[in-house]
Design a protein around this ligand. Structure first.
Ligand code: DGL
Length: 280
């Protein structure tokens, strides 16, 4: 891919996910940093990413990040664990220097991992995530860099994202699959006292997850940790903060048709929104 011409004008913070899941992160970020502008891009037409190969997730993520840069963002958050696990490092190391070395792309695994040391007492942590995130071993590797004494056990939940994307997160049928994966995880390690929801779609299943996780086990969803980490990042990087506009506005884009995106996104956000459908 050749070099692209990007505007130097300040712009919104880009928030990217394969679909609706990143909206759960956006909500927390908007709550923590209400004065900033945001641009959300959901690649709903190609979701789920979690069952795709490393190369495909990387290529799709790079296309979406490039699009957000072209639409004016200087800073993009991969509000998607699968993309953070499989594409972030290559984009940071290989693509950013080529596209524009002053722009930044940040993931959401690190902020989540940093919170874990204080939460677990038994030092046994469970991870519920997409097959891609579990297989990448990003969570155990990152957690063990900071906390070598913690044992991390993963359980892939390949059907949870399709349940959310197809509007079935509240249905009775979803209970079966939610319970199945929680039971599988706890059967692998009965000492788990903290479970990470390592996929941004999963907070949309939170009521059902709470129903099947035994009392006393903490459930960690990522929004608040990502939001406070981003705020902290911008305080430490005033040069990037100056390139983020502050007008308290959010624009929404999807690669899917609006007929599908708008009703679902409005349910997840608890308010009606406007959006545009784009091609990459
Ligand atoms: N929301 C995404 C994540 O956090 C992913 C899912 C998918 O497209 O499979 O992993």
């Amino acid at each position: 891919m050749s070099k692209i011409i990007l505007s130097e004008k300040p712009g919104p913070i880009g928030i990217f996910d394969s679909g609706y899941g990143g909206l759960t992160i956006l909500k927390h970020i908007q709550g923590t940093m209400p004065e900033y502008d945001f641009m959300y891009l959901g690649d709903n037409a190609r979701t789920p990413y979690g069952t795709r190969s490393f190369q495909v997730v990387y290529e799709f993520t790079l296309q979406c990040v490039t699009k957000l840069f072209e639409m004016g963002c200087h800073l993009v958050i991969l509000a998607c664990n699968t993309a953070s696990a499989k594409a972030l490092r290559t984009i940071q190391q290989i693509d950013l220097p080529r596209l524009d070395a002053t722009r930044r792309v940040l993931g959401i695994i690190r902020p989540t991992v940093e919170s874990i040391g204080e939460l677990t007492v038994s030092r046994h942590v469970g991870l519920l995530a997409t097959p891609g995130t579990v297989k990448s071993l990003s969570y155990p590797l990152e957690i063990n860099k900071l906390f070598p004494d913690i044992t991390v056990t993963g359980e892939s939940c390949p059907i949870w994202v399709p349940l959310v994307e197809s509007g079935e997160s509240q249905s009775d049928g979803a209970d079966y699959f939610v319970k199945q994966h929680i039971d599988n995880l706890l059967a692998k390690d009965s000492e788990i006292d903290t479970i990470i929801l390592g996929c941004t779609h999963y907070p949309l299943l939170l009521d059902k997850i709470r129903k099947y996780v035994p009392e006393g086990i903490k459930i960690v969803s990522q929004g608040e940790y990502v939001a406070s980490s981003l705020k902290n990042y911008l305080e430490r990087h005033p040069e990037m903060d100056a390139r983020c506009t502050k007008g308290a506005a959010t624009s929404y884009y999807t690669t899917e048709s609006l007929d599908t995106f708008l009703p679902n996104a409005s349910i997840f956000l608890n308010s009606a929104i406007d959006a545009d459908s784009i091609t990459l």
